[in-house]
Design a binder for this molecule. Structure first.
Ligand SMILES: [Zn+2]
Length: 65
């Protein structure tokens, strides 16, 4: 999956350089569903920065103000 996307971040389109900087992100949360977890169409490559900010935004949405 990461190879297919050529280590380009799906969000900022930046080429991801460096070990541990590419993150496989689930477009739709798999919620423990194995089929969703392994579905390539449900995966995108993000840089660690975008992944963190995306997840942080999600957490903020979920958390009560
Ligand atoms: Zn990015």
């Amino acid at each position: 999956m990461l190879v297919r996307d050529m280590f380009t971040c799906a969000r900022c389109k930046r080429i991801i350089i460096g070990k541990g900087q590419a993150v496989a992100d689930h477009i739709v949360p798999h919620r423990g569903n194995e089929r969703m977890f392994w579905d390539e169409r449900n995966l995108q490559c993000l840089c660690a920065e975008c992944h963190d900010s995306a997840k942080q935004a999600e957490d903020k949405r979920k958390a009560p103000a």
